[in-house]
Write a protein that binds this ligand. Structure first.
Ligand SMILES: O=C(O)C[C@@H](O)[C@H](O)C(=O)CO
Length: 274
């Protein structure tokens, strides 16, 4: 059984609250990242206390209110489907505080965690604060919303980004890795991919591999699956007829995204127009 591919396991944990994913240090091979996806019915609420963790709450779809010790954030979320391809709102909460997510409408929420013992200000990351990038040419085009990039200094470890890849294109490509603490050349960051597909019956292929091929797994990834990237290159290929969305969480010892392209495939970037 794959240690990298995590399928959705919907489980009702409170009235109106269904946990779709729960990736923890105890049930996964990751050391720096934990990740949850929750579905909330309108009016339902989810409570948690952050102990030695920071969290970025991403309003994937629907509208939520977030109550933290320091602040209340109202009407978080901008879209009914991620495939509207517009940025959404998120909230950053630091270690050592209880919080509550209350659904204003039916909502799907991602809780992206890393380990932290620092108390920092709670922050609203508005949809309008996301930097939006179009990357790549030919069949390597993708749309990126930077939710919590390394240029934003208020988080301790967490990096969060969402990526849309159209039918027949490749993203996280040419394959790149960030698994060596060797700055300024490369940083060590684990990564998670939470995938959605439009239409839902679609699938993508994701390969996770290292130079020595001691890790080399190619996965068929379906709607709502999570892929764990403890190390290695991690490209995604999208079949004709389907659009791919994924939410990436990255974290490691230093909060810098410095990747290294697979030298065998870096020539892709030298084509005209990149
Ligand atoms: O540019 C892309 O295709 C997205 C990737 O950079 C993705 O966010 C990732 O792999 C980050 O390391």
């Amino acid at each position: 059984m794959s240690q990298l591919l995590v399928k959705a396991k919907p489980h009702q944990i409170a009235p109106g609250v269904t946990r779709i994913h729960e990736v923890t240090r105890d049930n996964s091979i990751l050391e720096y990242i934990e990740f949850k996806v929750l579905d909330l019915e309108a009016g339902s609420s989810y409570r948690e206390e952050l102990v030695q963790k920071e969290c970025c709450i991403v309003g994937l779809t629907g509208k939520i209110d977030v109550f933290s010790e320091q602040k209340v954030f109202r009407e978080i979320g901008t879209r009914e489907s991620v495939f509207e391809k517009k940025p959404t709102d998120s909230v950053y909460l630091s270690n050592g505080q209880p919080f509550e997510v209350r659904a204003v409408t039916q909502a799907r929420v991602a809780l992206c965690y890393s380990f932290s013992d620092e108390k920092r200000p709670s922050m609203l990351i508005r949809a309008a604060d996301n930097t939006v990038e179009k990357r790549g040419i030919l069949n390597n085009q993708r749309l990126v919303h930077n939710i919590l990039p390394d240029s934003e200094l208020f988080a301790n470890r967490l990096l969060v980004v969402e990526v849309f890849t159209e039918s027949g294109n490749w993203s996280s490509y040419p394959p790149h890795k960030h698994d060596e603490d060797n700055l300024p050349h490369e940083s060590l960051l684990e990564e998670t991919y939470y995938h959605e597909l439009n239409p839902k019956q679609g699938f993508v292929f994701q390969r996770v591999y290292t130079d020595d091929r001691l890790l080399d797994e190619t996965m068929t990834v379906e709607h709502s699956n999570v892929v764990l990237v403890p190390r290695g290159y991690h490209p995604v290929g999208v079949p004709d007829g389907y659009t791919s969305y994924y939410l990436n969480v990255m974290a490691g010892p230093k909060r810098i995204w410095k990747f290294h392209n697979d030298p065998n495939h870096a020539w892709i970037l030298e084509r005209q127009g990149q």
